[in-house]
Design a protein around this ligand. Sequence first.
Ligand code: SF4
Length: 223
Amino acid sequence: AELAELEARVSVCRACDRLVEWREEVAHSKRASFADQPYWGRPIPGWGAAEPRIVIAGLAPAANGGNRTGRVFTGDRSGDWLFAALHRVGLANQPTSTHAGDGLMLHATRMIAAVRCAPPANKPTPVERDTCAPWFRRELELVLPTTRVIICLGKFGYDALLTALGSAVPKPRPKFGHGVEVPVGQVTVLGCFHPSQQNTFTGKLTEPMLDAILRRARELANV
Ligand code: SF4
C-alpha cells in the first residue's frame, strides 16, 4: 500500500521545470513510429515486484521509451537488450517490451530509476538528480527489507544509488566497473555496463556479459 501511495504521489510531481517541459513536449509531438500510441508523459514510478529480491537501478527513463510506456527501461533499444537478457535468465516472462499492455512481468525483480522524468539527451543535471533523490530514497527504503541485490546500469545510476544508500557504503567508495560487487548491509550492489546502443554496438557490453551479471544476481538473491 505504501508503494502504491508513493507511485501515485510521484506520478504527479512537477518539481523540475526543464524535465516537465521535455517529458510533455515529447509526449505531445511523439516519434513518428509511435504516432498511434498513447504516451505516458509523466514521472515514471518503479515497477515490477512489490517485495523484490533483485532491484535494477538506472539513471532516468528514455523520452520515447519509459516516457511513452510508463514503465522504466522498456520500449527502447536498451530495453530490448535488457528484457531479452532478463527473459534468457528467467527473470522476465517474455523477451520483449513494446507498450504498456503487452503482458510483461518480472520475477522477484523491480526496476527503479534514480531520476523519474525523461531528460533531454538522456542527461539530467546534478540539480535535477538531487531534486528527485527523495523519491528514489523513499522507494529504496520501502523495498530494502526484501532486497538482496541491486544491479546498477551504468556509472551514473551506480553513483546515484551509492549516494542514496548513504553511510552504509564502504569508504573509499569502490569505483564503478562491470561486475564490481559492493556489500552494503544485507544487499550486494552489482555494477553493470548500461545496455545503451553505444555500449552494445561497440561490443563493450555483450549478451554473455549481461547474462552473467543477471545470473550472478539470481545466485546472490537466491531466486
Ligand atoms: Fe519530480 Fe523527479 Fe520528475 Fe523532477 S525528475 S519533476 S523531482 S519526478
